[in-house]
Write a protein of this length. Structure first.
Lengths: 138, 176
């Protein structure tokens, strides 16, 4: 029994050195009351990269900077700002790096165009093969 | 047969990609995200007082004709304590330094300054990282050099080490 209690207490050990002593910002982990606005905000959060835990979105991260940014995004959306305006604001400060949403810069056009080109090329190959096969059969 | 070389094309493409991926694997990892605001005006802000014996900080302080250093720090940040000695060296060399304490409380900042020294002329309190985010700063500590017109000319990411001090002074002098 004593061992069990000790184990339970181990489960409840708080870290000695927290990142910051302040409580999280008001809307860091609290949803907006309006479900439509909350959806706008959370959809944006899922595509904004966390600066501290660089492989996570700010929606997934517990880092204090990510929670501050979550709260800021919710408050700005509630104040009537559009998600893409906030994304542009962040990109102006941190570069494309901050956004998980694929951009359509001219440098990326080959990447977008390649599947189409491959499809056309493949289609031509298939058409050629079918024609040749028909000629052989005839 | 003509056109035989085409058969080698997929293999060649494979080799190109393999080379690219191998290059990516062995390239040193770079996690530093620099601010895109370098060369641009400092965003407007007005912060509450961060320490009891220093005035508060507003962006207007940086457009008064003399270049200043803006240090992003926090009392809970260990590398910030490590760089404080070098900030004091910079302040003694005549560089005016203002501080922004991130996610902090005034009592904690007071304690931090008492323990590690106070190189700051003004200290603002950014309790919810708002100014930090508007600066394009990605962590603590970070140091910006702002020229007399309020334009950001340099960003130093991470703690200032002894060998960074002469370079920072040179950049600050150049911004005059």
């Amino acid at each position: 029994m004593r061992l069990f209690l000790a184990l339970c207490m181990l489960l409840y050990c708080t870290p000695l050195m927290a990142q910051t002593a302040l409580p999280p910002a008001p809307y860091a982990d609290k949803q907006l009351d309006d479900p439509a606005l909350e959806k706008k905000a959370s959809d944006l959060m899922l595509t904004i990269r966390c600066l501290t835990c660089q492989s996570q979105s700010i929606a997934d991260s517990n880092a204090s900077m990510a929670s501050d940014l979550r709260s800021q995004i919710r408050e700005r959306i509630a104040a009537g700002e559009e998600p893409e305006e906030i994304r542009a604001w962040l990109i102006a400060r941190y570069g494309d790096w901050i956004s998980y949403k694929p951009a359509n810069d001219p440098i990326l056009w080959p990447l977008w165009g390649l599947p189409v080109l491959l499809l056309i090329g493949g289609g031509l190959l298939v058409v050629g093969r079918i024609r040749r096969a028909k000629k052989r059969d005839a | 047969m003509k056109g035989r070389w085409v058969l080698w094309l997929p293999f060649a493409v494979f080799l190109i990609f393999a080379g690219l991926f191998a290059g990516g694997l062995f390239k040193p990892d770079d996690r530093v995200i620099t601010s895109k605001l370098i060369g641009q005006p400092l965003p407007d802000f007005e912060l509450p007082q961060g320490a009891t014996d220093r005035p508060s900080l507003a962006s207007a302080e940086f457009a008064k004709g003399k270049p200043r250093m803006l240090n992003i720090f926090a009392s809970w940040c260990v590398p910030c304590a490590a760089e404080s000695g070098h900030l004091i060296t910079l302040a003694e060399a005549g560089v005016p330094i203002d501080g922004i304490a991130i996610r902090d409380a005034r009592d904690d900042v007071d304690g931090f300054l008492k323990r590690w020294g106070n190189p700051y002329a003004h200290i603002g309190l950014d309790a919810r990282s708002e100014v930090q985010l508007s600066l394009g700063s990605s962590g603590v500590p970070e140091t910006f050099i702002v020229d007399g017109q309020g334009r950001i000319v340099h960003q130093h990411i991470g703690d200032i080490r002894a060998d960074d001090v002469p370079e920072l002074i040179a950049i600050w002098r150049k911004a005059q």
